[in-house]
Design a protein around this ligand. Structure first.
Ligand SMILES: [Zn+2]
Ligand SMILES: [Zn+2]
Length: 187
């Protein structure tokens, strides 16, 4: 497959690489669109260090292959992959706080991300969501982490009502929003 690989600071190269493999709990997705996030830029410029050479945590695509334990998806399903993945077994997951999962299954950080043509999603039954027909891949990928942060802030934390106006500004705590899908109680 083709993939954009971060080889070094400010050095991104398109390479031919093997398609990643899945285990019995995984699903393989052909990435059709991937959002470009400011945090990708931070990796590229050297602020965060290169944990995973194939980054990309805002993507949607088509299921190519499923592991033998997968029940929610089949080949050909259109899906989006939330950037805040979880294992379902750690104390946070059991308590319902999957966004704080100890496994930190963030695509492009914990495993190869959406800048590759194919992405192997671990714990696939819980870490992908069916994409409605009304949403195309590019629009779905554009939701990325920014939409979840804004939606949670406006709907759940501030409780803005129809017709109201608000002023939204970027805060330092958005670094937490990124890593926790902004469903934490800290911001
Ligand atoms: Zn992002
Ligand atoms: Zn967990």
């Amino acid at each position: 497959m083709k993939a954009l690989v971060i080889e070094d600071v400010k050095k991104a190269v398109v390479k031919d690489l093997p398609v990643p493999e899945i285990d019995q709990d995984g699903i393989l997705i052909k990435a059709m669109a991937n959002g470009v996030c400011r945090s990708d830029w931070h990796v590229w410029i050297g602020d965060h260090g290169i944990i995973q050479p194939i980054i990309g945590h805002e993507f949607a695509g088509v299921v190519e292959e499923v592991g033998s334990n997968i029940t929610n998806f089949k080949r050909g399903d259109r899906v989006i992959v939330p950037f805040s993945g979880s294992d379902g077994t750690c104390p946070h997951c059991i308590a319902g706080d999957t966004h704080l999962c100890d496994s930190f299954l963030v695509p492009g950080t914990a495993y190869q991300g959406g800048y590759g043509e194919y992405v192997a999603i671990p714990k696939g039954d819980r870490n992908a969501i069916h994409l409605p027909d009304s949403l195309n891949f590019a629009d779905a990928a554009a939701l990325g982490c920014r939409f979840m942060s804004a939606y949670h802030g406006v709907v759940d934390r501030v409780n803005v009502l129809p017709g109201e106006w608000l002023w939204w500004y970027w805060s330092f705590n958005n670094s937490n929003c990124f890593f926790h899908g902004c469903i934490c109680n800290w911001c």
